[in-house]
Design a protein around this ligand. Structure first.
Ligand SMILES: [Zn+2]
Length: 321
């Protein structure tokens, strides 16, 4: 018999799930499209029946210890998803209660960045670390912050929104309705916006000049930079500088031992890490200089479900009943 925690990672396009044992091995995994149903409860019904049937069809007998869910705007405190920008269902969605009713095991939820931080702590590079943060770089910028050994949730459970710290007064418009948020500069979308800004500024040749905005992605910019494209190189320098400056400020509040970068942009490696490290060290208060490790995430492709499952393997005490 195998004891597992189910990890569910809800994205705007797909919902991925996995049965993860306490050592981080994936026993079963699968996925369903996220937004084909008008009704949220029908979506949950579909998801749970797919999970149940894959467990029934498994080679080994499986015991479920709990379900961890990583979801946009997921609150650990209330077990709900609240007005997630990239989901079709608005208002407050009582997801933990719905899943708990169906599977009769503890269910916990948090947002994707917090889940990534827990995954890093239980299964990844932050084992034995009590103070660290994970920055997730996707379409936006998320952050999961661990202080004194606990994930920082804050009142109502939404702490750690580093992506929406304002880094430029009257800066770029953000999806949150304000201007100058960090994620408008440091994210896949932010990188594209910087490329276009620099293309307008410079006259020289660039492989990126003929690519329409909607076709451009951060990977193309990294590839161009690796071939010496000046606009692409300057884009990474600028992006890294913005992130490094922001991290130097956050360090004064949380004093992390390490900062992990996770997600598509982090795959650019030194192109991003070098300017981040440089700007962070230049701006750090002397107390923290040359002490904070800047590291790539140690979790692989299924980091989302590992992180969600870590909600269960981390702590068995909290349920929403
Ligand atoms: Zn914002």
């Amino acid at each position: 018999m195998t004891e597992i925690a189910i990890g569910i990672d809800i994205g705007g396009t797909n919902t991925v799930f996995g049965c993860i044992d306490s050592l981080g091995n994936t026993v079963i995994e699968g996925s369903i499209p996220t937004q084909t149903k008008d009704n949220f409860e029908e979506y949950i019904d579909d998801l749970i029946s797919v999970i149940k049937s894959s467990i029934e069809n498994a080679d080994t007998e499986i015991t479920i210890t709990g379900v961890g869910i990583g979801a946009p705007n997921g609150s650990y405190r209330t077990g709900t998803i609240e007005n997630a920008a990239n989901l079709r269902w608005k208002g407050t969605l009582p997801i933990a209660q719905l899943v708990q009713n169906k599977l009769n095991v503890p269910v916990k939820i948090t947002n994707d960045a917090n889940a990534a931080a827990l995954g890093e702590r239980i299964f990844g590079g932050a084992k034995n670390m009590s103070d660290f943060m994970v920055i997730t770089l996707g379409t936006g910028l998320g952050s999961g912050i661990v202080v004194n050994g606990d994930l920082l949730y804050g009142f109502e459970g939404f702490a750690g929104e580093l992506g929406h710290v304002i880094v430029r007064s009257e800066g770029r418009e953000c999806a949150c309705g304000r201007k100058g948020c960090l994620e408008t500069y440091v994210s896949a979308t932010g990188v594209k916006r910087t490329v276009y800004k620099l293309l307008a500024k410079h006259l020289g040749d660039s492989a990126l000049r003929d690519i329409p905005f909607n076709n451009l992605n951060a990977k193309m910019v990294a590839e161009a930079a690796n071939k010496g494209d000046l606009v692409a190189l300057e884009t990474f320098k600028y992006t890294g500088k913005m992130l490094g400056e922001a991290l130097s400020n956050v360090a004064s509040v949380t004093a992390p031992e390490a900062i992990f970068l996770f997600g598509g942009l982090a795959k650019a490696g030194d192109l991003l890490f070098d300017p981040v490290r440089k700007a962070m060290e230049e701006n750090l208060l002397f107390l923290y200089k040359d002490k904070i490790k800047l590291l790539p995430s140690n979790l692989g492709e299924n980091a989302g479900i590992m992180g969600a499952a870590a909600l269960i393997w981390n702590d068995e005490t909290k349920t929403y009943s």
